[in-house]
Design a protein around this ligand. Structure first.
Ligand SMILES: C[S@@+](CC[C@H](N)C(=O)[O-])C[C@H]1O[C@@H](n2cnc3c(N)ncnc32)[C@H](O)[C@@H]1O
Length: 245
């Protein structure tokens, strides 16, 4: 279904939330709003599939309609794979549960802060941290590093803030605006959506994310994707080193 939520002029813009209305148009909304989403989803599935072995445990935190889990299910043939897809928006997780029928996935309607990822071989955390209270982000990433299995892989995708603004040429924000209009959104739709997100989506710099991952104890941190202000990182929990005996 086409996203027309911000098409008409609104007298009062309410803060953006993952409501039933948003869930009903979400695939179209995110595809036309997030540069690279259509590559990040299959690549998340592929990278996760490449990393897992038999009996792997994978968490898809903030799964929305389960696009990244679906990609992994497609690329991983193992019957013993176990995916736990988590989202606290009822409209999202209910739809995901209704549409994905595979015995390898289970769904959890909960806040990711309440969910232990004990022994996870892969955690997918795509476009979710940007919606969390900034003060809670360090603790979440640190806990993931502590709870995941040794050698586990985290896939983290985020909108990042542009720093510094360019001296010459268009800013990434301006280019993003143009890209959304090229995707069929009007200037009014772009402006109203931006206003709705202002208080709920607080983005940080690429350096902030890198530093947080390192401080939490992740290693092998790499940014594998970047388009305008959208980035995706992979990072690993350290392997347990031998006793040396
Ligand atoms: C931009 S969407 C994520 C898209 C999804 N990962 C994908 O790749 O298609 C953000 C999702 O995170 C969920 N979310 C935000 N904060 C959350 C929290 N504290 N606990 C659980 N889910 C959360 C929202 O309900 C929403 O479905």
């Amino acid at each position: 279904m086409q996203d027309e939520i911000y098409r008409m002029q609104q007298d009062h813009i309410v803060d953006f939330a993952f409501t039933a209305e948003v869930a009903s148009v979400f695939p179209d909304m995110i595809r036309r709003s997030v540069p690279g989403y259509e590559l990040i989803v299959p690549m998340s599935g592929l990278m996760a599939a490449q990393h897992v072995t038999d009996d792997a445990i994978v968490f898809d935190l903030g799964c929305s309609l389960g696009a990244c889990s679906l990609a992994l299910l497609k690329y991983c043939q193992s019957d013993s794979l176990k995916i736990i897809a988590v989202d606290n928006a009822p409209a999202m997780i209910d739809r995901a549960q209704q549409s994905i029928r595979d015995p390898r996935i289970s769904f959890l309607k909960d806040d990711i802060e309440n969910v232990a990822v004990t022994g996870a071989n892969v955690v997918m955390l795509n476009f979710v941290v940007q919606f969390l209270e900034p003060a809670k982000r360090d603790a979440l990433i640190k806990r993931l590093a502590q709870e995941m299995a040794p050698g586990g892989m985290l896939i983290l995708s985020e909108k990042v803030s542009e720093q510094p603004a360019p001296d010459v040429g268009a800013s990434y924000a301006e280019l993003h605006h143009m890209w959304k209009q090229a995707n069929g959104y009007s200037a009014l739709e772009v402006a109203q959506k931006r206003q709705a997100l202002e208080n709920v989506m607080r983005v940080q710099t690429e350096a902030d994310h890198n530093q947080r991952l390192h401080q939490a104890g992740f290693c092998g941190v790499r940014q594998w994707f970047r388009c305008l202000n959208w980035a995706s990182f992979i990072a690993y929990t350290p392997e347990i080193s031998g006793t040396g005996q």
